[in-house]
Design a protein. Sequence first.
Length: 171
Amino acid sequence: MSLEVREIFQVSTIENPPGGFSLSKRSIEAPYLKDYDALENPQQWAGSFDLSNWGFLVARSEGLRIGGVAIAFDTPGMDMLENHRDIAVLWDIRVAPQMRGRGVGTALFKAAEVWSTARGCRQLKVETQNINVPACQFYAKQGCVLSAIHPHAYREFPDEVQLIWYKDLGN
């Protein structure tokens, strides 16, 4: 999975009311490609985590896989889960490029919500970066709330800001 970065979100805090964040898009001078799989190949997840409690859901059309989502749940040692059994992390979601904009991502996100709710989770947590504008827009459209920013989360990418989104699941 890769992303052509042409624009980023500038992130700022909202003072009134306090605690919120504002995202404003800006173009960048030199677009570039970010290859997420080169940084963290999904085939290596099992070497880093116990995947026995994870959910792996697939979207298919006419027998072809057109998308998928991985949901992390109840995984010892995974900081993103905050040592809670009532939070699931949307670890990865992807849709085949030719199928984007057709509702596949939304269907996968909703399936992740159902999967997480069935395990007693009250929230679905998502991480992305300010350079992934399409993902940020997608998560906001799904009802996620930007709840935390970490400007220095990525040592190897000092210009990127980590964005943490939460979606309440109603449990």
